[in-house]
Write a protein that binds this ligand. Structure first.
Ligand SMILES: Cc1cc2nc3c(=O)[nH]c(=O)nc-3n(C[C@H](O)[C@H](O)[C@H](O)COP(=O)(O)OP(=O)(O)OC[C@H]3O[C@@H](n4cnc5c(N)ncnc54)[C@H](O)[C@@H]3O)c2cc1C
Length: 553
């Protein structure tokens, strides 16, 4: 006879540690008695501690303007905290002893040491902290309320910034939500102030910049910018985050400077299907959030909403100037600032990225448009190659250029192939003016500029091949770049390049090293890079091995 044995599902959000775990945890903190009603943590506290209940119970409550909501009661063997324990950012909840209790009190540096050394406890705790943050985000249990409208670009920007930074917030839409007037009156908000962010129930920010939001919510409070770093990484896209994970996990003091939020270009991809280990694909945002939690677990620092505005390269140690003021000194630097695709001014372009709008025409994108019509914008070689390639798969390719033709911008052989292919229509002096669709692109409207004639067609795939511009303007003349502004590294640096840059060492630059010793370039910002997530990640990791060599030099 076959019997089935039912097992209780493991609660990964609020797990109970075994006695053996608690014994090991004691080495990292102090045993404390707390009285009934005693508050251990207030919302807004920076750098919160980690508490493990030995005896008694702790309650987690969320404070709203005039009341408290009980979120959870931790019993013996359970522990407090969510992902802000990894980052040190402000606490979002209150922790209070429900009765006279005994706890292990562990500060954040000790907790990070524990997570890095004890893999068994580390796995249970890290997973719970991340799941709890996801739960807070899902329920909108944060310290920020966004008042705006889904039709307002500013509201979308703020929403995107908070989401990409993994910060929970409550959203109130002036167009659809009831009872908004009372809130507007309470905080003295007029409808033309939007988007408005109410921070920690106190501060009202009207159409705030990302930097103002980061300051108000304390995203960068714990990061010390005065300290000399082993490595400063500019950019928190896939290459910069890979560099941060490898550098911090190998004991280097690493700081990442990011002008927006973690994720980079990959963060705007709805599904990355060609990244190793994710057979069903992974959204760019999820990949970014996992990578960022991993980097923080190893102790990497991150400042967000801060631009690197200058590289001070005259002498070593080098320094990065942030937003034209503060200077961060660095023994080595990894530039992972990526590239930005030149995008046409189309109102809803962003909504369809990855859902009918693509920036690359590989086999993967091509499969999506089999036996359908496609449109390509661009007159360079990449647009030409894409047109010829896609014409084998799609029923028809419409190639849009604003100019009178391709001769000034495309190789002759590609022009000939386009002219000879009756599945490709070149539309000169033509601009796409509008995109239509709900969740996926469904149609395009274009205008022939000399005549003003407008046409609409049910095309579901648009390839933007107008080139990518590297984020290198801020480097001024410090590093040798190629003719398009991408940074040259390793063997791509010619003898003349090195002579002009006054390369000071007897050895040649390492593979990912720039024309200055100890400064590396990785990912899309590097001349000749593959423009793929996997290659960016690989280069970020590889650069760290070279950083070790540079630090020994
Ligand atoms: C919509 C879209 C979908 C994609 N889909 C795929 C895919 O499915 N598979 C794939 O392999 N590739 C895909 N790619 C390409 C892939 O995302 C990139 O190759 C990859 O993100 C490059 O990583 P990176 O770290 O080098 O640069 P980026 O991702 O560009 O990151 C650079 C980071 O540096 C920051 N930064 C720039 N300048 C500064 C400064 N001065 N100071 C501070 N911070 C700065 C930026 O804000 C950004 O966060 C896609 C790209 C896009 C746009």
């Amino acid at each position: 006879m076959v019997t089935s044995q039912r097992t209780e599902p493991i609660d990964h959000v609020f797990p109970t540690l075994a006695q053996s775990h608690a014994d090991r945890l004691r080495r990292y903190g102090v045993l404390r008695q707390v009285e009934a009603g005693e508050t251990l943590l207030e919302p807004g506290t920076i750098d919160p501690h980690f508490y493990v209940v030995v005896d008694g119970s702790l309650e987690i409550v969320r404070e709203t303007r005039d009341s408290e909501t009980l979120i959870h009661v931790h019993l013996p063997g359970q522990f407090t905290g969510e992902a802000n324990l990894l980052s040190g950012r402000r606490a979002l909840v209150r922790i209070r002893a429900r009765e006279r209790s005994e706890i292990i009190d562990i500060d954040r540096p000790q907790l990070l040491r524990l997570l890095q050394t004890d893999s068994e406890i580390g796995e249970i705790v890290t997973r719970a902290l991340i799941l709890r943050r996801a739960e807070l985000i899902g329920r909108g249990y944060g310290d920020a309320v966004l008042v705006g409208s889904r039709h307002c670009a500013g509201t979308l920007r703020v929403r995107e910034f908070l989401t990409k930074n993994g910060h929970p917030f409550q959203s109130i839409d002036l167009d659809t939500d009831d009872g908004v007037q009372e809130l507007l009156d309470t905080f003295g908000i007029r409808s033309n102030d939007i988007p408005v962010l109410i921070c920690r129930c106190e501060v009202v920010l009207r159409n705030p910049s990302n930097e103002e939001i980061a300051d108000c919510l304390g995203f960068n409070e714990l990061v010390n910018l005065d300290q000399m770093r082993d490595v400063v990484i500019v950019g928190a896209g896939p290459s910069g985050m890979a560099a941060a994970v490898y550098a911090a996990s190998e004991g280097l003091d690493a700081l990442v400077v990011e002008m927006n939020a973690p994720g980079g270009q990959a963060g705007s991809s709805s599904r990355i299907e060609n990244y190793l280990g994710f057979p069903n694909g992974i959204s760019g945002q999820e990949l970014a959030s996992r990578a960022w939690n991993q980097a923080q677990k190893f102790g990497a620092g991150l400042v967000v909403a801060k631009h690197a505005t200058r590289l001070l390269c005259e002498k070593r140690p080098y320094a990065i100037e942030i937003d034209g003021g503060q200077r961060v000194a660095a023994r080595t630097i990894i530039i992972a600032a990526g590239a930005q695709y030149r995008k046409p001014e189309l109102p809803s372009l962003h909504e369809f990225e990855g859902a009918g709008v693509y920036y690359g025409a590989t086999f993967m994108e091509a499969q999506l448009c089999k036996d359908e019509e496609v449109a390509i914008v661009g007159g360079g070689n990449s647009a030409g190659q894409a047109a010829v390639f896609l014409a084998n798969i799609a029923t028809h390719v419409h190639l849009f250029v604003r100019s009178r033709g391709l001769t000034d911008t495309m190789s002759r052989y590609l022009i000939r192939r386009i002219e000879d292919n009756d599945r490709i229509t070149l539309r000169t002096f033509t601009e796409i003016t509008e995109l239509q669709g709900e969740r996926h692109l469904e149609g395009l409207t274009w205008r022939h500029t000399p005549t003003g004639d407008v046409e609409q067609r049910a095309i579901r795939h648009l390839f933007i091949m107008t080139g990518a511009a590297p984020s290198t303007a801020w480097l001024e003349k410090c590093l040798v770049c190629d003719e398009k502004g991408f940074i040259k590294t390793g063997a791509d640096l010619t003898r003349d390049d090195l002579h002009a840059a006054e390369w000071p060492l007897a050895r040649a630059p390492h593979t990912l090293e720039t024309s200055l010793p100890g400064i590396f370039a990785v990912g899309d910002v590097r001349s000749g890079s593959m423009k793929r997530v996997a290659s960016a990640v690989g280069e970020g990791a590889a650069a760290v091995a070279l950083v070790h060599r540079a630090l020994r030099e």
